[in-house]
Design a protein around this ligand. Structure first.
Ligand code: CDP
Ligand code: MG
Length: 146
């Protein structure tokens, strides 16, 4: 893991397989950009099961861990780095609640999520998590946006 200067301006996002397979990456990116975020790095990848297990290791004791790792590695995803003042908190707000049934109007999950597991997007939950998650998928030189 590498460290950032002014890390509170960055967060890590995944557009999950349910959204990429429904061809709504562009619509989600529109919501992200309309909310004032800059997408400073982005790539379409397929996460391996092993990467998923590492990425989600904080959930390894949860009953949904195995299904979650299988799901996130089941198809293409878009991983991205978003920049904005208060990026972590503001992106959590834009995403909405984990369960779309509880998500507020105007949030990505309210609009697009199918269920609590196929909930279209991931966002870091704290600044130190954002640093860990960004460096998990991106090298420093890949953060090219402004
Ligand atoms: O993604 P978020 O931070 O809102 O939720 P989380 O508690 O960190 O859980 C990570 C992911 O696990 C969620 O986004 C869901 O995809 C999945 N999950 C699930 O399938 N069933 C649950 N009861 C809770 C979470
Ligand atoms: Mg989380």
């Amino acid at each position: 893991m590498y460290r950032f200067f002014m890390a509170n301006n960055l967060t890590f996002s995944i557009i999950k397989p349910d959204a990429v397979s429904r061809h709504i990456t562009g619509k989600i990116n529109s919501m992200i950009e309309n909310a004032g975020f800059s997408i400073i790095a982005q790539k379409l990848i397929r996460i391996t099961k092993e990467q998923a297990q590492k990425f989600y290791d904080v959930h390894q004791d949860k009953p949904f861990y195995e299904d979650l790792c299988n799901y996130i590695s089941s198809g293409a995803v878009v991983v991205q780095v978003l920049k904005k003042e208060n990026a972590v908190a503001d992106y959590r707000k834009l995403m909405g609640a984990t369960n779309p049934a509880n998500a507020e109007e105007g949030t990505i999950r309210k609009k697009y999520a199918i269920s609590i597991d196929q909930n279209s997007v991931h966002g870091s939950d704290a600044e130190d998590t954002a640093e860990r998650e960004i460096s998990f998928f991106f090298s420093k030189t890949e953060l090219v946006g402004c």
